[in-house]
Design a protein around this ligand. Structure first.
Ligand code: ATP
Length: 507
């Protein structure tokens, strides 16, 4: 960050807007950059007016008056950090906008001395008159080396030694310096001074990420074995299970970009996203695409950058973009180009990303999906998750009964009957029918351990599957996906024979 800031200062940028929650780290890096660019570093804040970062004499006064901060003539090349200014710039009066225009003109130096103005805030909110004058700089979250320093500091202050800091660093990645320090200190207190606990740090990270409403850490135990059918897709994911290991990197295996799952609701797309993170052994961050769009000007773009920054800090990880169709369906150009800019930022990152972040995007309604997402090469693969075939329903029945503690509760003949009765059912509907039947079974006297076949069939017959209610939409989805997406189902010719005890793909 220091070298990037130094370059901006040396190049004569007069307005920088640094996006960060971390005032101290920013101040430290700006000071370093000023030293490298041979400039003086001053601060201004609403309560204290001017102060010098190096403790030397500095201009007096100016507290409470932003215009005063901007009208100072400098006796040497200077960088002025304007704390609190974002609060005025949310709704600036004409006087302040003009003061900035004049300050930028003077700040260019000309015959006198140059001055760069830096605003630091966790978001970007600029009046249109000043938009072009500021370069927006995203301040990176602390890297592992910096986090390692914090771990050592807190361990030392508690009289502890940490032999293997890696789990703590994994847990703290994606947090700001202060958040990481707080979470580590809390883990120390909760363990009554015995250790720094990665579990507590992970828990705190999950809470912290939830606060901004954009990303959620999903704790999942779903394995590929817990998914019935979708054989081709599972094999493809399984082939990438070592992709993020150092050995694979050293060998030259390319970083997987990610994949898009298109398909019918309730057929296992979310399960696949979860199982992918389990099989790769990396955390799963879930982004609700709709939450990116904020009401303030510039907020959506800032949210997108924040999500990217967090995903890269947590990397290696899986970033699951749920409901891509709803979140990025676009507002038909009625949002002043915000959705275009947000999508552009995200796609640009997906194209160029070098960090080990695998993107799994899920969508149900392809008609709402922006064509940009479907461009060849954007994802490694686009998969179509259709309603389960007979073989897949058999797998799903086995998975669902096992999940409810009723492994192999039906004979092969009974199972065949259930498979044929549930034609057109999604996995979610099969599971819901079995749960429904369990409730009815509990009230039988004597109470059997699993739903008898006739009761199970009655429940199934009383269910109208989505495939009946949405027959038209499903037909057009299938037609659309036919040439554009790969079927997640293993072709019948390649599928293993339905022996009844077929082993699902091992994870
Ligand atoms: P939506 O598009 O509505 O989000 P989805 O395709 O993501 O749906 P899931 O959320 O993965 O569907 O499935 C819902 C539930 O249905 C799962 O939690 C699981 O219990 C069950 N289920 C769906 N498909 C399968 C499957 N192929 N194998 C086992 N269980 C399944």
């Amino acid at each position: 960050m220091v070298s990037q800031l130094t370059n901006y200062l040396k190049a004569g940028y007069t307005g920088l807007w640094i996006v960060s929650h971390e005032e101290q780290r920013v101040a430290q890096d700006v000071l370093e950059a000023c030293k490298a660019a041979k400039r003086r570093c001053l601060h201004w804040d609403v309560n204290n007016g001017f102060s010098a970062a190096d403790g030397k004499a500095c201009p007096k006064g100016g507290a409470g008056d932003p215009n005063a901060a901007l009208s100072l003539l400098h006796s040497e090349d200077t960088t002025l950090i304007l704390w609190d200014f974002q609060l005025w710039l949310k709704d600036p009066g004409p006087g302040l906008v003009r003061a900035f225009q004049q300050a930028f003109a003077l700040g260019k130096g000309g015959k006198g001395h140059s001055c760069a103005y830096i605003v630091v805030a966790p978001y970007v909110k600029l009046p249109p008159e000043l938009e072009k004058q500021f370069q927006v700089v995203d301040f990176c979250l602390p890297d592992r080396a910096r986090l390692a320093g914090i771990v050592q500091e807190i361990a030392a202050s508690g009289g502890l030694t940490v032999d293997d800091p890696a789990p703590l660093l994994d847990a703290a990645s994606g947090l700001t310096t202060q958040e990481a320090a707080d979470a580590l200190a809390l883990s120390f207190v909760e363990s009554k001074g015995q250790k720094l606990d990665p579990k507590v740090v992970s828990r705190e990270k999950a809470t912290t990420l939830k606060k901004n409403g954009l990303l959620r850490v999903v704790e999942t135990k779903v394995k590929l074995d817990d998914i019935g059918g979708l054989g081709s897709l599972k094999t493809w994911v399984c082939d990438r299970r070592h992709a993020f290991t150092p050995e694979a990197r050293a060998w030259g295996l390319p970083n997987p970009r990610g994949f898009l799952l298109l398909g019918i609701p309730g057929c296992g797309k979310s399960l696949v996203a979860e199982a992918t993170s389990s099989i790769l052994g990396v955390p799963l961050l879930k982004l609700d695409a709709g939450s990116l769009f904020g009401s303030l000007v510039g907020q959506s773009e800032a949210n997108t950058r924040a999500v990217i920054q967090t995903a890269e800090a947590v990397a290696p990880c899986v970033l699951w973009i749920d409901e891509l169709d709803k979140g990025f369906g676009g507002q038909g150009g009625q949002d002043g180009g915000t959705s275009e800019r947000v999508i552009g930022t995200l796609l640009d990152w997906m194209d160029k990303k070098t960090a080990p972040v695998l993107v799994v995007a899920t969508a149900n309604d392809v008609s709402k999906l922006k064509p940009e997402f479907l461009r060849k090469g954007r994802f490694d693969e686009q998969w179509f998750v259709d309603l389960p075939t007979a073989r897949e329903r058999e797998d799903i029945w086995r998975v669902v009964t096992r999940k409810k503690g009723r492994t192999d509760c039906y004979t092969e003949t009974e199972l065949a009957r259930l498979v044929s009765q549930t034609e057109g059912f999604s996995g979610a509907e099969i599971e819901a029918a079995f749960s429904e039947a369990l409730y009815a079974t509990y009230n039988l006297s004597p109470r059997p351990f699993h739903p008898p076949l006739d009761l199970m069939i009655t429940v199934i017959m009383g269910t109208t599957p989505l495939s009946k209610m949405m027959a038209e939409q499903i037909k057009s989805l299938r037609e659309w996906c036919h040439h554009r997406a790969k079927p997640a189902t293993t072709p019948e010719t390649l599928a293993a024979p339905a022996t009844g005890k077929r082993k699902l793909l091992a994870s």
